[in-house]
Design a protein around this ligand. Structure first.
Ligand code: NDP
Length: 244
């Protein structure tokens, strides 16, 4: 049992668990005793990451509604339920607004916002039937602060906070909790794309003077996934070293 949080008997689905924050979340949930499923857009990569973690892997592009339905059915067939949903899959297509192509806008909104709708829409009815469940949506500090070059990404990440608060109010009477986590700058493939010079300036602006680790986001997921947070819903927890 990890960090005094015991999730034995719970079934968790983590979207985008093939690397970065999602992979750390899957590892933490598994260590806490949960049965974990990770997803990704590429079958081979998803299976490989799942094998490394010792969890289950299913190809599921969050933008493909049919694939989402199929994957959720497969998990329910195997396990009979899904107790914990972590909507983690996300992409960036950074560019200044005047240079933004329609495709940059569409793909980010489709993956980071509509993707959450697609997956959650399939799972909430199952949780309602069981009268229990916890949903954790991964937002971002830039959804709160804004960021030049990320109008598309910041819009999606801010919108999912509205999604979280509204859904939390709808499903609270059914025993389901819905929360968000807004990470700051976390060391993953996503932040490796930031040029070194900009990164140095960014780190200076973080009161703790360092990037966060994926495991530091995963620890907060453990809290929100467990009964330790049984009276917490509709909120966002910021994990950013004091940046915001
Ligand atoms: P990575 O780029 O390292 O990983 C992204 C993950 O999302 C991969 O597993 C990828 O899977 C998956 N993914 C992307 N598109 C889809 C899709 N259409 N369907 C299913 N899975 C998909 O990102 P991070 O780990 O850094 O980020 C994870 C989450 O945290 C994202 O929502 C991100 O916006 C958020 N975040 C990250 C921050 C950071 O500093 N890193 C800060 C704030 C928020 P694959 O490519 O294998 O298909």
């Amino acid at each position: 049992m990890a960090k005094n949080i015991d999730l034995t008997g719970r079934v968790a689905l983590v979207t985008g668990g093939t690397r970065g924050i999602g992979k750390a979340i899957a590892a933490a949930l598994k260590e806490a005793g949960a049965t974990v499923y990770i997803t990704g857009t590429n079958e081979e990569k998803t299976k490989k990451a799942a094998e490394e973690l010792g969890v289950n892997g299913i190809k599921m592009n969050v933008c493909d509604r049919e694939e989402v339905k199929k994957a959720v059915s497969e998990i329910v067939e195997n396990e009979g339920k899904i107790d914990i949903l972590v909507n983690n899959a996300g992409i960036t297509r950074d560019t200044l607004f005047v240079r933004m192509k329609d495709e940059d806008w569409d793909s980010v909104i489709e993956t980071n916002l509509t993707g959450i709708y697609n997956v959650t829409r399939q799972i909430v009815p199952l949780m309602v039937k069981k009268r229990s469940g916890t949903i954790i949506n991964i937002s971002s500090v830039v959804g709160f602060t804004g960021n030049p070059g990320q109008v598309n990404y910041a819009s999606a990440k801010a919108a999912l906070v509205g999604f979280t608060k509204s859904l939390a109010k709808e499903v609270a009477p059914r025993g389901i909790r819905v929360n968000a986590i807004a990470p700051g700058y976390i060391t993953t493939d996503m932040t490796q794309k930031i040029p070194q010079k900009i990164k140095e300036t960014l780190i200076k602006s973080i009161p703790m003077r360092r990037e966060g680790k994926p495991s530091e986001v995963a620890d907060v997921v453990l809290f929100l996934a467990s009964d330790m947070s049984s009276y917490v819903t509709g909120t966002t927890i910021h994990v950013n070293g004091g940046l915001f």
